[in-house]
Design a protein around this ligand. Structure first.
Ligand code: P6P
Length: 337
């Protein structure tokens, strides 16, 4: 019996979760899935065509833009523009929001915040990279969208997801009723349900942090890292250190196996490195929906009110008991700088 369930079939099936849904969110998720397949095609052959390497431009982060960064950004914005369900796109690759004011989008009520290709410094070394996205509803449905529609706290997200372009390509998303993972079957060009109802183990033995920055970390983070490294058979320590340097890949692994991902403040990044709106919030929503925790060391990531589009945040997220143990070391943490 064919038990294959495609992303499209699943989205329609789950539409019943939203009694007043008229299919707009379903169509929006479909549009993102289509763009992800197009980006996947280019990511998979980056080494073969002249799309690898730097585009010679810089993004708002002051980071060299890889050609794939720009390509991915264009594909997702194009898919959202033509899909007609999105009225604003906030992208890591664009200084300002992209307001979509076409005829087809005149009644669009969704906001999409996206990092089209996160971890792009890993492209030329063929390590896993990812796309991260957040979806919000426009605050005032009868008014034109403004930046305030984009700067909503993460607890207002209606959906969030990521695509990981790794040994296989997966799309993982939540609409607030659990987390489901879909693996791309290239032979039919469809994302197929492969990881239903994903839950992160309450405990884990993997910690993910760039220990090269150790000397710059707050004391509480240093103390937690030392805790992870002390031998204690009862608590399966020392833990395993795993760090790919690609947030989507590091967090996806921890979601599957259990673990904690940490990107604290440091002297190099006094507010943290990762972006609140289109990196921390979507990953925090997904991890909480999978039974994990996500904080900035003081509060839930999802409760932080963004002030500006590209603001950064410290982030600690993963297995509930590991995040709680970390917090027991953070009581005396002071913000760096
Ligand atoms: P570092 C990739 O550039 C990224 O934005 C995230 O994907 C990743 O978790 C982090 O930065 C890695 O930063 O300072 O450890 O190289």
């Amino acid at each position: 019996m064919n038990t294959l369930k495609t992303l499209g079939q699943f989205i329609i099936e789950k539409q019943a979760d939203f009694p007043f849904a008229k299919g707009e969110l379903s169509r929006l998720l479909r549009d993102i899935g289509i763009a992800a397949k197009i980006v996947n095609r280019e990511v998979n052959k980056a080494g073969l065509v002249d799309i690898l390497g730097n585009a010679g431009t810089m993004n708002v982060q002051g980071e060299d833009q890889k050609k794939l960064d720009i390509y991915a950004n264009e594909q997702f914005i194009a898919a959202l523009r033509t899909g007609g369900e999105c009225c604003v796109v906030a992208s890591e690759e664009n200084d300002e929001c992209v307001y979509i004011e076409s005829e087809i989008s005149k009644n669009a009520k969704y906001i999409v915040a996206i990092d089209p290709l996160d971890g792009s410094s890993n492209i030329e070394v063929n390590a896993a990279i990812g796309t991260v996205f957040s979806i919000y509803r426009k605050i005032n449905s009868d008014q034109k969208p403004t930046i305030e529609d984009v700067l909503q706290p993460g607890n207002k997200q209606v959906a969030a997801g990521y695509v990981i372009y790794g040994s296989s390509t997966m799309l993982v998303y939540t609409t607030g009723k659990g987390v489901n993972g879909f693996t791309l079957d290239p032979s039919i060009g469809e994302f197929c349900l492969s990881h239903p109802n994903m839950k992160i183990p309450k405990d884990g033995t993997i910690y993910s942090i760039n220990e090269g920055n150790y000397v710059h970390f707050p004391k509480g983070v240093k103390d937690y890292i030392k805790y992870c490294q002390v031998e204690d058979k009862e608590t399966s320590r020392p833990y395993t250190s795993r760090y790919i340097g690609s947030m989507v890949a590091d967090i996806h692994r921890n979601l599957i196996k259990g673990g904690i991902f940490l990107y604290p403040v440091s002297s190099a990044y006094p507010d943290g490195k990762l972006r609140l709106v289109y990196e921390c919030n979507p990953m925090a929503f997904i991890l909480e929906q999978a039974g994990g925790l996500a904080t900035d060391g003081y509060q839930r990531i999802l409760d932080i009110k963004p002030i500006e589009l590209h603001q950064r945040a410290a982030i600690f997220l993963g297995s509930e008991n590991m995040v709680l143990m970390l917090h027991s070391f953070l009581k005396e943490v002071k913000k760096v700088g």
